[in-house]
Design a protein around this ligand. Structure first.
Ligand code: ACO
Length: 330
């Protein structure tokens, strides 16, 4: 029997209507549009409504991905959701999306790997399809980071936004997913963390007082590790795909900071390569696990990504966690 591969068969995305501009943030904290643009590349971000949650955004992105892949919701076999802002601990966001979509045959679960959650979920789905155990999977990245953002802290609140992206993975006789590399380093847990609400710091008046339910980040240190780690992951994922960096058509890096994206791309191959970076951080900020599938889906929808294109995706986030993947657009 010939080897079975996994390939992306459809993409989808969703962002909430409400736009929060840098000018809006100037009225909330001591900051400026100029600082935010030059230090991060962000111009605006989307904010979910009070009654709009990660599962709602993930279901909307999932619905679009299924329609584009020609897969009916009732035929979906697995739903994997990368998120660090699940609606709740349980039921998982995957269960809520399963119900919203009417995917009555599907099982599913959430992947906790912060901003790398989507790539970890995609790798898990690819492995399940390559093994022949399942015939399709819906892989979602969905985040409501506005719910865990400390809106009084200018060093973090200017960075984050809400949204979702999704892909449908199917078996293929040609390799769509060409390589994967995943890693974690729990020794660097203190660079980027959200400690409140877990068993170590359960919700309490004290944990709320100490602002433990918000994202905390050592920005400058995280920046340096992000550039080095993403560069290495990009190189290794490309090598494992049997490709040289010049063979890559598009690079989709986690949208955390335009300066990180530029630094990694320039290191990989100078301005020629940097032009291949797909960027939407200017419009959405950092949407964590949603950022890669959101950027991919937009690039597919506007016709940039074409059949045969090789796409290098690289993630980095709290944990620390990281991942690199090369997929070929079948
Ligand atoms: N407006 C104005 N000034 C600000 C702001 C702001 N919003 N935020 C910080 N500053 C000030 C600081 O107070 C500091 O002032 P000082 O020099 O007087 O002390 C100065 O600007 C420079 O601060 P730095 O933190 O050194 O600024 P830097 O250039 O490093 O940018 C940033 C900060 C944007 C956070 C950057 O470090 C970064 O992007 N870090 C990495 C983010 C990342 O990759 N995260 C991982 C993924 S996210 C996830 O997993 C959820």
């Amino acid at each position: 029997m010939s080897k079975m591969y996994a390939a992306i068969a459809g993409t989808g995305h969703y962002v909430p209507e409400k736009v929060l501009t840098n000018a809006d943030l100037e009225r909330m904290v001591e900051t400026s549009d100029e600082w935010i643009r030059t230090r991060t590349g962000i111009g605006e971000r989307r904010i979910a409504g009070a009654n709009e949650f990660s599962s709602d955004m993930g279901a909307a992105a999932g619905r679009m991905a299924l329609a584009n892949a020609g897969v009916a919701p009732e035929d979906v076999e697995a739903i994997y959701v990368g998120t660090c802002t699940p609606d709740m601990f349980f039921p998982s966001t995957a269960c809520l999306i399963q119900a919203a979509l009417g995917a009555k045959r599907a099982y599913g679960f959430d992947v906790s790997a912060a901003c790398s959650g989507f790539l970890v979920a995609l790798d898990t789905a690819a492995a399940a399809i390559e093994s022949g155990r399942i015939q399709n999977a819906l892989v979602v990245g969905a985040e409501k980071l506005s719910s865990v953002t400390d809106w009084t802290q200018r060093d973090t609140c200017v960075l984050f936004g809400d949204g979702a992206g999704a892909v449908v993975l199917k078996p293929s006789d040609r390799p769509g997913v060409r390589s994967t590399l995943l890693g974690v380093d729990g020794n660097l847990d203190d660079l980027l963390y959200l400690p409140g609400g877990g068993c170590r710091h359960p919700a309490s008046a004290e944990s709320v007082r100490d602002r433990l339910h918000f994202i905390h980040m050592a920005g400058r240190e995280t920046f340096k590790v992000a550039v080095t780690t993403m560069f290495e992951a990009a190189k290794e994922a490309t090598r494992r795909a049997g490709l040289a960096i010049g063979d890559i058509d598009w690079m989709i890096f986690h949208q955390a900071n335009l300066r990180i994206i530029d630094a990694v791309a320039q290191r990989l191959g100078g301005p020629e390569i940097a032009r291949k970076a797909i960027v939407n951080i200017d419009r959405y900020g950092n949407t964590s696990a949603a950022s890669i599938p959101l950027a991919l889906s937009e690039a597919v929808a506007d016709g940039r990504v074409k059949s045969g294109d090789k796409i290098l995706m690289v993630a980095f986030g709290g944990g620390l966690t990281w991942g690199g993947m090369v997929v070929e657009w079948i």
